[in-house]
Design a protein around this ligand. Structure first.
Ligand SMILES: [Zn+2]
Ligand SMILES: [Zn+2]
Length: 68
């Protein structure tokens, strides 16, 4: 006896996020330094602080490399 309900391996329900290449996470086409442009989805998505540089525009928790 075989089961009539076969598990569909290609069940694509729910789009995966946190993926690079997602248009919502891409930097805007306007040339800018990562983490320095307001209204840029990718800049606002995470901290872009670099050592010895000013704090990025990210409103969340920074990685702390810019301070101290
Ligand atoms: Zn950006
Ligand atoms: Zn930062």
């Amino acid at each position: 006896m075989t089961a009539t309900n076969q598990p569909s391996a290609a069940a694509t329900s729910g789009a995966p996020d946190h993926r690079e290449g997602d248009p919502a996470r891409q930097h805007t086409g306007y040339p800018h330094l990562p983490g320095r442009l307001y209204d840029c989805p990718a800049c606002e998505a995470r901290c872009h602080c670099t050592p010895g540089d000013a704090e990025c525009i990210y409103t969340g928790q920074h990685n702390g490399m810019a301070s101290a």
